[in-house]
Design a protein around this ligand. Structure first.
Ligand SMILES: N[C@@H](CCC(=O)N[C@@H](CS)C(=O)NCC(=O)O)C(=O)O
Length: 240
């Protein structure tokens, strides 16, 4: 029954060699949203996983989609009733940043040592907070209130971008990454989540970032990693 609502993007037999590889399954809606950082980490690491997308044929947001979600979610075994959920050999994790950090540690993109790991986590938490601020605007239906919320979000975001710029520049001048000397899940989170929220509010993240050229260059650096670029090219095209 549950399998009928799943869209399995890739269904390949997992490693059958002598080394037992963990079997990963990532469950989310048919959107980039809070699952995309994890998907990019899988792409960057070249790791197999099942990209499970719930109700790909139902429009979202719609009453039909919401009804189907309420009807189905109790059957999915979600630890706290929300997605994304990562299933690792039948054990489950929720919370997008926890999932991303777990995968980053598994695949070597969490930062080197305790301090870099903590900095990457700090930046990811700030990315989450910064872009959650766009949600009221993205959900508002009244055009006048929406315009007011958009103005406030863009104004608040300018201050936050200055903070991100400063943190980036503190790390060797700002032409590398947020933490250490290589890409971490913090850079990926920044690049992914800014696109996602700006798309949701009908704005363009790259256009907005023109006033912070080093942040724009960081985003483009992340997107140009060959394995990431390949995933961006082939992933399902979704509006959010
Ligand atoms: N803090 C959580 C929030 C998860 C969340 O809000 N998930 C939404 C989808 S983006 C959800 O499951 N909504 C359906 C529901 O709450 O019933 C995270 O980062 O994973």
């Amino acid at each position: 029954m549950i399998n009928n609502v799943y869209y399995i993007l890739k269904e390949k037999p997992l490693c059958s060699t002598l080394i037992k590889m963990p079997k990963y399954r990532l469950v989310y809606f048919n959107a980039r949203g809070k699952a995309e950082t994890a998907r990019i980490l899988f792409a960057l690491a070249g790791e197999e996983y099942e990209d499970v997308r719930l109700f790909p044929d139902l429009p979202w947001p719609s009453q039909e989609g919401k009804d189907k979600w309420i009807e189905t979610k109790s059957e999915l075994g979600l630890p706290f009733g929300q997605v994304p959920v990562l299933d690792v050999d039948g054990k489950r994790l929720c919370q997008s940043n926890v999932i991303a950090k777990y995968l980053a540690k598994q695949f070597g993109f969490a930062g080197k040592g305790v301090w870099e790991e903590a900095r990457a986590e700090m930046i990811s938490a700030c990315v989450y907070d910064a872009f959650q601020k766009g949600r009221p605007c993205s959900l508002e239906q009244d055009p006048i209130k929406k315009a007011e919320l958009l103005e406030k979000f863009l104004k608040d975001s300018k201050e936050i971008m200055d903070n991100f710029r400063q943190i980036l520049e503190e790390n060797g001048g700002g032409s590398g990454f947020f933490v250490g000397d290589g890409i971490t899940w913090a850079d990926i989170n920044f690049a992914v989540r800014i696109d996602q929220i700006f798309d949701r509010i009908g704005e363009n993240a790259d256009k907005f970032l023109k006033d912070w050229p080093k942040l724009l260059a960081l985003k483009q650096r992340v997107e140009k990693y060959p394995k990431i670029a390949e995933w961006i090219e082939k992933r399902p095209k979704t509006t959010r």
